[in-house]
Structure formats: C-alpha cells, structure tokens
Design a protein around this ligand. Sequence first.
Ligand code: GDP
Length: 368
Amino acid sequence: MFHPENDSQFPGLSVNKGIERPPSVNPYLNNNRQFFRKNYSPAEYVEAIIKGNITLLSQAVTMVESSRYEHQQMAQEIIEKCLPYAGKSVRIGITGVPGAGKSTSIDAFGMHLIKDKGKKLAVLAIDPSSEKTKGSILGDKTRMEDLSREKDAFIRPSPAAGSLGGVARKTRETIILCEAAGFDTILVETVGVGQSETAVHSMVDFFLLIQLAGTGDELQGIKRGIMEMADGIIVNKADGDNISKSQLAASQFKSALHLFPMPDSGYLPKVLTYSGFYNLGIKEIWLMIEEYVSFTRANNYFESKRNSQSSYWMYESINEQLKTNFYQNKYVLENLKEKEMKVLKAEISSFVAAKQILDIYFDNRGKC
Ligand code: GDP
C-alpha cells in the first residue's frame, strides 16, 4: 500500500507493514472440540490407554467415577479389556492423620521413585469425608507441587460421590486402568480416621502408616487396628529439634509391634524415621517396600493376598451394586418414604416395612 511517508523524499520516515490481526477464535479450538467430543469405542480407549495416553486414561477414569448407566457400561467394558495388561505394579497404601505430612511425603517419595528409580507413579485417594463435602482434598495435585509437574506421575483425587464401598470400588478399578497405562507403582492415600483404611488395606500390597512423635498415640496405643494393618510404620518430621523425639517414638512403636501376633505375611513390620519436608530417609522407605515385596513374593504371600483381595472385591462389588440398583429403582423410591412414615408412626414394624419394600423391588427389578 502507498504511504506518502514512504516516498523517497522523506527518508527518515517509513511505515512498516503491521502484524496481521490474529483471529479472535483459537483456530485449534475446533480440533480439540472434535477430539473431546469424539465418541471412542471401548477398544479405542483400551488401545490408547495401553499406549500410555493420559488424556484418554483420565477420561476412562471419569467414566469409572460416573454414576450414569451408559458410562458405567462403557467403563466396565474398558476395565475388562484392560485386565490382561494390569496387575504388574506394586500397590502401596498410605495413611496418616491430617497434618501427619501425607502430601509432603508423597511428593518427596514420588520424586525419588520417578527421578532415582525410573518409576511411573499413580497417586489415587480414598476420602470418606468427600461424601459429605462432595469434594476431596486427598490426592489433590496442588498438594503435591513437584510431583504434579512430572509426566510420569498421574494424580487423581478421591472419587467424590457415593458410599465408602462405592468410592473404594472406583479406586480399585482406577488402579487397573493405571496399571494398564504402564504405571508400575500405585499409591493410594487415605486419612487415618477409620473405615477407609480397611478399604485401602484390601486393595494394596503394602500398607504404610505415617506417624508423628509426641502425639500420644505411641503411648496410649490408640489406632491399634490401624497399627495392626501396617506393613511398615514411618515416623515423619524427624528433623531439627524433633529428631530424638522421633527416634524415641520409633522405638516405642517397635516394641508395640512386638505385642501383636506375627502378620500373615511373615514379615515383621519395620519402623523408620524420616523427614518428608527435608527429604531425609526417603530412599530407605522404598528399600523397605522392595524388601517386603521380594520377601512376600518368595513365600507366595504376595500372590495369595492379591487373590484373596480379588475375591473380596467380587463380593464387595456385588453388595455395592445390588444396593445401588435397589436404591435407584423407581418403584422402591416411590414407596420408601411412605413406608418409613408408617414405621415412624408405629403403624408397621421396621421388619415388615423392609420386607414390603424388598418385595416391591423383587417384583419390579427388571422394569427400570
Ligand atoms: P497431610 O495433611 O497429612 O497431607 O500433611 P501435609 O503434608 O499437608 O503436612 C502438614 C504440615 O506439616 C505442613 O505444614 C508441612 O509443611 C509440615 N510437614 C510435613 N512434613 C514435614 C517434615 O518432614 N518436617 C517438618 N518439620 N514439617 C513437615
């Protein structure tokens, strides 16, 4: 285009060609939309997952977590097809009360596994409180800053909705998908408050309990049940002024463990001190787990525990799905409140009400 300023008589002035105005819409948006909208078949999902495609792995996990019938159907098909590729990881459960340092420890431990051991790590979570809060902070990426930037780490918060049984089943199914995607180490995190430990314990090979010095637990022996489940106890925050207290706590835990019967694994749990924050004693934790895995592989406990876990989960799945199916049944829902009112008014007994509702369910279970 001609500009008078560009005329040779005005040598000091020139107008350069401006940059082209970029389109106001991202030209790649459409491609992405198509990508996300495309309806992949279960076989396509499986093919992508076993190649390590994280986007489709995440989408498949979302389907596992979904309560929509068609998602569930699809998820089950994907899981079934992934099963032959699963099972090759070491599954580790990790628990500790809020503030014990779970996220700090998982961050440090996970980085050690990825950077020094060349592992691929999936961090999953089971958080029973998420049922009430409809959201979970466990397994949240923001709590594991270093790990969340690693391509070899897959971090997924706890599934939010449903009963503990339902949440646990979803996490167990997610383990299968992660293993098929090539994650060779799975960490399942939970808070040290009760039932969720049992659920995590029943899906992992090694159960790690984080303890702190000076909380009184080591003296009062509380959370005995959880201590009994542990394959290893790690006392965190063994740094600065806290080192000797932590060592004392560790020796108290050790003597407490001697009072329990020998675990079925035949492996006497170890007690280690470490600092997640200052990255001290982290590699010893992994050495302990490796030692446990080779010990239990050699005495066949590893395999037999996985087998008994599989049958346990078969029954758990049946129970949970029967329950879900029952409470989603239209006819049950129509009658439930009315029967409950009758029970409250003492017009019928709770057993009669239950029987009537169950009869309604069995008569109509195929109808919705
Ligand atoms: P979580 O609730 O179990 O996940 O615990 P966090 O990892 O969020 O840690 C709780 C608090 O303890 C945070 O303020 C951490 O900085 C601190 N913390 C965690 N690990 C250590 C440690 O090894 N040493 C010290 N001194 N503090 C730690």
